[in-house]
Design a protein around this ligand. Sequence first.
Ligand SMILES: [Cu+2]
Length: 180
Amino acid sequence: MTSFFSRASRTSRASRACRARATALLGALAFAGAAQAHDFRVGDLSIDHPYATPSRPGVQTGAAYLRGIRNKGAVADRLIGATTPVAERVELHTRQTEGDVVRMREVAALEIPAGQEVQLRHGQPQHLMLVGLKQPLKAGDRFDLTLRFERAGETTVKAWVQQPRAAAEDAKGADAHHTH
Ligand SMILES: [Cu+2]
């Protein structure tokens, strides 16, 4: 009996160690993949290149973007919310031009139709507004952004802080952020 138990416990220890190694290896692979391609998957959705522009000195709001969200499924999904440790809250915004005035409006959800890609790039109407930044966003920083989808559920992606390619577009976007 004694020898049986000791053998059983050795086996179980070995298999635990093996599982731990496998998990660590998977984690390392997943991290390497994300760092290179910088895209993320959750359910039928693939989220391409989450990023944010550097925040301006003394300004406590920032904006985050996604190169795109592709829905490979047969059913529409919706982005219904987001959170991040770097800001008090995240709002889904869309920009509207009324005459000469550009205004931003908070929306409850962003539709991601089946089989399509929705872009939330810099210079486009939709973006994620980071309200109440707890720290300035500097080029080169990376931060967690948790996206909540109605069907696919929640996923945390890494947003890269980077200078936008078009400075003119940035100025336009920055001005728009003051007309809430
Ligand atoms: Cu906004």
